[in-house]
Design a protein. Structure first.
Length: 345
């Protein structure tokens, strides 16, 4: 038994890259989660971003907007914008100053879309403090209409959680394909006249279909059970399809670059977890530290989440769709190139 144990350990350390990644992966993933928790706990960490939209343009409205900015607290940041999409780009609440606003009849509309409790209360306290600072306390109290925009977390997690499982399933199928190739599958296919490029393309198509079914079923369940009805079915179909193809092509390309199943099995889970943690699949990017969220915004799962979330809102996110398309094309070309080179070698 000792001899067999030593043989297994020698086999494990034979591929140093795979061995190192296996041991370092828990450290890397724990560091990401720890940074997230430290960000929430720090006094200068997570902040409520509140946008002020002045639709009136009056002198009183200007005084009120300036007072809101001056009343901002350590964890509450106020910025004045012309337009705002609540829940997008870190805005957790939007204070609209409507036409006809005046100090004698102060009325505002607060749209809250926070993944954490307290955003509405913070916005209301800020509105009352700004009214008192701008117009003195003996004037009428400000009238606030609060509109809760629900679904921020559910909307993002519908695609995000599905993408985690899509990436794991894509990696699993790609790993199985490497095992089949090691058993001589490619040689048998070539004897039948099927090229390595054709085999690689078939794998990407098959994995894409499976991944798309996973994503569609998750989104359909979100609509049925959680009333997350898409505003644009065509945009959501396009976004989910290209997201599935991108995931499939990426992991097939990664498997081809790894070359061996042992190395891919060690690398793929690390890549999947890192992509999930940074892109917002596990933790919404709005809650992540800015440094991490900015990096995560350049990963393909983040583009997929943004594209699907926009489609649920009824918008077509051309930027995210374009980036996903480019990523899928590049990954497919890499996979095909490596497949052809392995045959020549």
């Amino acid at each position: 038994m000792i001899t067999l144990t030593l043989a297994m350990l020698r086999s494990f350390v034979a591929d140093r890259v795979a061995a190192i990644l296996t041991l370092v992966a828990p450290l890397a993933f724990f560091s990401l989660i720890a940074l997230f928790y430290r960000h929430l706990e720090a006094t200068d960490g997570f902040r409520f971003e509140i946008a002020v939209v002045d639709e009136s343009g009056s002198a009183d409205a200007r005084l009120f907007a300036e007072a809101m900015q001056s009343c901002a607290m350590q964890r509450v940041h106020v910025s004045e914008v012309r337009e705002s999409e609540p829940g997008i780009h870190g805005v957790l609440a939007t204070v609209h100053i409507p036409n006809g606003f005046s100090r004698s009849d102060p009325r505002v509309r607060v749209e809250a879309a926070s993944p954490l409790p307290g955003a509405s209360d913070a916005a209301l306290q800020l509105v009352n403090a700004a009214n008192a600072r701008a117009f003195a306390v003996d004037l009428p109290a400000v009238t606030v209409q609060v509109i809760s925009l629900n679904g921020m977390l559910v909307r993002g997690s519908a695609a995000g959680i599905a993408l985690i499982f899509i990436m794991f399933s894509s990696a699993s199928i790609a790993s199985r394909s490497l095992g089949d190739d090691a058993s001589g599958l490619q040689d048998r296919l070539r004897s039948l006249g099927i090229s390595a490029a054709a085999s690689t393309a078939a794998r990407i198509v098959a994995i894409s279909i499976i991944a798309w079914c996973q994503l569609v079923l998750t989104l359909a369940w979100a609509a049925l059970a959680f009333q997350l009805v898409p505003g644009s079915v065509m945009a959501l179909t396009c976004a989910s399809f290209i997201a599935a193809v991108t995931s499939a092509a990426f992991f097939v390309a990664l498997a081809a670059l790894c070359g061996s199943r042992a190395r891919f099995v060690a690398i793929a889970p690390v890549i999947t977890l890192v992509l999930s943690a940074l892109s917002g699949s596990m933790i919404p990017r709005i809650l992540l530290p800015t440094s991490i969220a900015s990096v995560g915004g350049w990963l393909f799962p983040a583009w997929a989440i943004d594209a699907c979330s926009a489609a649920i809102d009824g918008r077509f996110d051309g930027r995210s769709i374009g980036l996903l398309t480019a990523m899928s094309v590049v990954s497919t070309l890499v996979a095909l190139f490596v497949a052809r080179r392995s045959v020549r070698g």
